[in-house]
Write a new protein. Structure first.
Length: 260
């Protein structure tokens, strides 16, 4: 990484940069191409950071569907949903995304990123309780004034990649203002893949209009036998910058770093 990047964090960053020396500034630019992008990785065991585009890592933007992680925690904690098998009936409204057009459990709603499930969950939780938990957890700018079913969808709630990593670090460390049971269930919801090197957990998020994705997130963590790495990736462009693309690019980085 260049000197600007190294100076943006504490001195412990350098050793992590040396560990992932193959992920040079030049190479990261090749991976992300024309996207405006940032990538942040935290080794939670050693409290060491690796950042690409640190200024962008500190920029707040809509969490989009990555907020489903927090929404699930609140739903479980308030008893609106009981566990990963808690189901909701599809109301028959046709959605452009086919898998949304059926009943869903919490697990399948996370897997398929079903917006209506989490809008109904948030509505049942209510604005008062939602605001209390967001404030307790210091989630992003804590602004839910955009409406109980919309505030995380390109609306008033904003969070940076830095803050996403801080939130997820607290989730994997059982340090959030939720019960250990709720946090354990949500961690289980996020499990995506297992390789010989580590187990990948994560959630995508996308924003855009008229069929074009202009903002994409992939946030999560990798569990290895002796270490846990938390990460956040954000990409922006005029199109093709959704969560699926953010995940694809992140997995490429994690694989090249030897983490998955």
């Amino acid at each position: 990484m260049n000197s600007k990047t190294s100076h943006s964090v504490d001195n412990t960053t350098c050793s992590l940069e040396q560990e992932f020396a193959q992920l040079s500034e030049k190479h990261m630019k090749r991976i992300f191409g024309a996207y405006q992008a940032c990538f942040l990785l935290l080794d939670t065991t050693r409290e060491q950071y690796f950042r690409y585009n640190p200024e962008f890592c500190g920029k707040r933007m809509s969490p989009c569907s990555t907020f489903k992680i927090f929404n699930s925690l609140v739903g479980l904690e308030t008893g609106v949903i009981e566990n990963e098998n808690s189901s909701m009936k599809w109301d028959g409204t046709e959605h452009s995304i086919g898998p949304w057009n059926r009943d869903h459990t919490l697990q399948s709603a996370i897997t398929n990123s079903v917006v209506w499930y989490f809008q109904r969950l948030a509505s049942t939780v209510g604005e008062k309780r939602m605001k209390e938990y967001i404030s307790k957890a210091h989630f992003g700018n804590e602004d839910i004034s955009g409406g109980i079913t919309q505030f995380w969808l390109g609306s008033t709630l904003k969070i940076s990649a830095d803050e996403q990593v801080t939130f997820l670090k607290a989730l994997v460390g059982d340090k959030l203002p939720f019960s250990k049971r709720s946090m354990a269930i949500v961690r289980g919801l996020l499990r995506l893949d297992q390789t010989q090197k580590g187990t990948l957990y994560g959630k995508t998020g996308s924003d855009g209009d008229n069929g074009k994705f202009t903002l994409g997130w992939f946030v999560g963590y990798v569990v290895q036998p002796e270490r846990i790495y938390v990460f956040a990736t954000n990409i922006q462009a005029n199109d093709d910058a959704g969560g699926r693309k953010a995940r694809e690019l992140t997995e490429k980085i994690l694989a090249e770093a030897g983490l998955i």
